[in-house]
Design a protein around this ligand. Structure first.
Ligand code: THU
Length: 139
């Protein structure tokens, strides 16, 4: 599936816009994310930390749960923006649940000092080649 570059730009903008909402008093590591869903709508999320550290939720999962809770079903693309942006393993599995092997993942690495950004992109099949697959597990 080809996603128009204007939509990609919107998705990147949404992920960056989510950064200031990050609740990260422990790590001081703000992350923004945005997902493009099957309907064409974009949903945002930021990381939400907790003093009981294990309860922290990554920006990607917050964005995905935001979309799913609004009745969306399918992820077409996800964008994450941070100093070093890469979805963690847990988020890759959650992404797999609502995406496909072709889901596009854009990573925006932000350099606040040089005020520069570097973008990398990958397909889901590359990021999570051997997912836990519910159909294989008989679930
Ligand atoms: N974090 C994310 O939001 N997404 C990731 O993919 C990796 C890490 C957050 C969790 C925590 O609030 C902070 O970054 C440092 O780990």
């Amino acid at each position: 599936m080809i996603i128009k570059s204007a939509i990609i730009q919107k998705l990147i903008g949404a992920a960056k816009q989510a950064i200031p909402s990050a609740y990260c008093p422990y790590s001081h590591y703000p992350v923004g994310a945005a997902v493009l869903m099957g309907s064409g709508r974009i949903y945002r999320g930021c990381n939400v930390e907790n003093s009981s550290f294990g309860l922290t939720c990554c920006a990607e999962r917050v964005a995905i749960f935001n979309a799913i809770s609004q009745g969306e079903k399918e992820i077409k693309a996800l964008c994450i923006a941070a100093r070093f942006a890469k979805p963690c393993g847990a988020c890759r599995q959650v992404l797999w649940e609502f995406g496909s092997k072709d889901t596009l993942v854009l990573c925006i690495h932000l350099d606040p000092i040089r005020k520069k950004q570097r973008i990398s992109r990958a397909k889901m099949s590359h990021l999570l080649p051997q997912p836990f697959n519910p159909s294989e597990a008989g679930l």
